[in-house]
Design a protein around this ligand. Structure first.
Ligand code: ZN
Ligand code: ZN
Length: 172
């Protein structure tokens, strides 16, 4: 488990209050008891995580029921540029905390009600930006000029997602 700095701790708590205040304006959650959201422990994912931006971890309590141990968020979600997306990610995790454990249709329908639709669609950009920050190689498509930042070389094993041409390795 990553220990948050004082600044990150503040970032987590600010995001918590922001998400709860939005949630309380949404009709769907008008009758929802949000107290657990105020007390659930918040923590950090490792900054090396690129595909996972938030996670809700569960433990089995003495009574045999699963309870939330911690909600962890990617530390870069507190950057100003990613704040709106951070709120959406925490909203997603809060749905888990509220008892919607699986990513089923009910879950996706609730998730789709988050008012900031732009933020909801920022997941791929965030993954891309995090990969770019860690990348040592660009897998480059000589045909459409798309590039894929990665930590390792592609060694002629991967094709462009768009045009299926073999990608070339270029150092960053
Ligand atoms: Zn989830
Ligand atoms: Zn291409």
């Amino acid at each position: 488990m990553v220990q948050p700095s004082r600044e990150q701790r503040e970032g987590l708590e600010q995001l918590r209050l922001r998400v709860i205040s939005v949630l309380e304006t949404m009709d769907t959650f008008a009758l929802t008891d949000t107290r657990e959201l105020l007390t659930v422990p918040l923590g950090l994912l490792r900054k090396s995580a690129t595909q996972r931006h938030g996670v809700t971890r569960w433990i089995r309590a003495d009574d045999g029921n699963l309870k939330v141990e911690v909600v962890e968020l990617h530390p870069r979600l507190f950057d100003e540029a990613w704040g709106d997306y951070g709120a959406f990610v925490l909203f997603h995790e809060f749905l888990h905390v509220l008892g919607f454990r699986a990513h089923d249709r009910t879950f996706r329908a609730l998730e789709a009600q988050w008012p900031n639709r732009t933020a909801a669609g920022m997941g791929q950009s965030f993954t891309h930006a995090m990969r770019l920050g860690r990348a040592r190689w660009l897998w480059y498509c000589p045909s459409c000029e798309e590039s894929y930042p990665r930590q390792r070389k592609s060694n002629g094993k991967f094709q462009c997602r768009k045009c299926r041409k073999l990608l070339e390795d270029r150092p960053m």
